[in-house]
Design a protein around this ligand. Structure first.
Ligand SMILES: NC(=O)c1ccc[n+]([C@@H]2O[C@H](COP(=O)([O-])OP(=O)(O)OC[C@H]3O[C@@H](n4cnc5c(N)ncnc54)[C@H](OP(=O)(O)O)[C@@H]3O)[C@@H](O)[C@H]2O)c1
Length: 353
């Protein structure tokens, strides 16, 4: 008998969702035709998992379901018709095609469980060089960063990029990829100790977004000083709110400003409270391209985008593995989710069922 987390009803907010999350026994599932049963070895604890359990994310899953968008594990059984995988294979789940972020019949099978069931086409072979923990964190972080920096911003060697939320899952992946592309990477965050870790992953310059009392600080002049007075060519914005506006002020003429997420303004997704607003006077006078970068929705709209992006990320995985900062047993899932929500770690947090 295994264990799984279950969301029976969406909570009113992420803190309430933590209280409502229960772990229950899980019998070993049997595969249906075309299904693969996987023993989950590691599941990424996503900021999005928590938002989703409270209905705050743009994609609202239907309870009851097991959360955990991203996971990696070992195949234990395959159903009739499965030809690509066999018991013992190491795999990563493609969270766009299975689990709570997907649209098909496998939406209730998340990774915070001993076992998950996925359709054959939703599994990707785990590169040999990656651990299950690293594999569980690869696609969400790296694909999001790749989509934003390469597909949307068209970031080129020799340019400069300011990354807001650089200590997070997607932000740290963006630092790694931007460095790999040969750009000058300015990594922004609130905590010096966390930023120092980001430097190990390719940041050229570190920028604090708050003062010693934790109050937001102006950083436009710092960015100008770091870019020879020009401002940055690209902003990767995973935060939202006033920090976005300050980053817009730090842009060079003709810059690209990529909207990736809202970690500093988590309740904007449903369109209700405090929508994020960017000042059009700055956008106009600096001739800035503001680019939305929805890595999942873009693929739902244009599936042809996916293969090149996936191939690129898998090719980068060995030289730029995701950082796993903390590992929790499944029984401590709520502690892991709380740590993620409070931004305690640099990069990724995983649970190991
Ligand atoms: N566009 C897409 O396709 C896509 C895909 C995946 C995720 N996302 C979104 O991208 C965002 C980041 O996701 P993630 O998984 O990287 O999150 P994460 O791992 O939680 O990292 C976010 C970072 O934001 C900073 N932060 C958190 N709260 C803040 C606040 N109140 N003020 C200032 N900084 C704050 C923290 O850095 P410090 O503590 O170091 O300051 C934290 O490390 C989320 O909104 C997520 O929904 C978008």
């Amino acid at each position: 008998m295994g264990r799984r987390a279950v969301v029976s009803a969406l909570a009113s907010n992420p803190e309430a969702a933590l209280d409502a999350l229960v772990l229950e026994d899980q019998p070993t599932p049997q595969p249906g035709p075309g299904d693969v049963v996987v023993a989950v070895r590691a599941a990424n604890v996503g900021w999005v998992d928590l938002l989703m359990t409270s209905g705050q994310y743009q994609h609202v899953p239907e309870p009851p379901y097991t959360p955990g968008l991203e996971w990696a594990g070992e195949v234990v059984a395959v159903g009739d018709g499965v030809t690509s995988f066999a018991p013992g294979d190491r795999v990563i789940a493609d969270g766009l095609l299975t689990g709570p972020r997907s649209l098909g019949n496998h939406r209730r099978w998340g990774g915070f469980a001993s076992w998950a069931v996925a359709p054959e086409n939703a599994l990707v072979r785990l590169p040999d060089t990656l651990s299950f923990e690293e594999g569980a964190c690869l696609l969400g972080g790296h694909e999001t960063a790749y989509h934003a920096l390469v597909n949307r911003a068209r970031l080129r060697a020799g340019e400069s990029v300011l990354i807001l939320g650089a200590t997070g899952s997607t932000g740290l992946a963006a630092v790694q990829i931007a460095h790999h592309l040969g750009t000058k990477v300015i990594a922004a965050g609130r905590t010096p100790a966390k930023l120092e870790v980001v430097q190990e992953h390719g940041a050229d310059c570190l920028l604090r977004t708050v003062d010693d009392e934790g109050n937001p600080r102006r950083f436009k002049e710092d960015v100008k000083a770091l870019t020879g007075g020009r401002g940055v060519d690209v902003v990767y914005d995973a935060l939202g709110g006033d920090l976005s506006t300050e980053a817009l002020r730090a842009c060079a003429f003709g810059a690209r400003f990529v909207v990736v997420g809202w970690s500093a303004t988590p309740f904007v997704a449903r369109g209700g409270r405090d929508p994020n607003v960017l000042p059009t006077n700055l956008i106009l006078m600096k001739s800035i391209d503001v680019l939305g970068s929805p890595a999942a929705i873009a693929v739902h709209r244009d599936p042809s985008l996916r293969q090149e992006r996936l191939d690129a990320v898998l090719a980068l995985a060995t030289s730029l593995p995701p950082r796993v900062d903390a590992t929790y047993p499944l029984e401590r899932l709520t502690d892991a989710l709380r740590a993620k929500w409070k931004s305690t770690h640099v990069g990724n947090v995983v649970v190991t069922p």
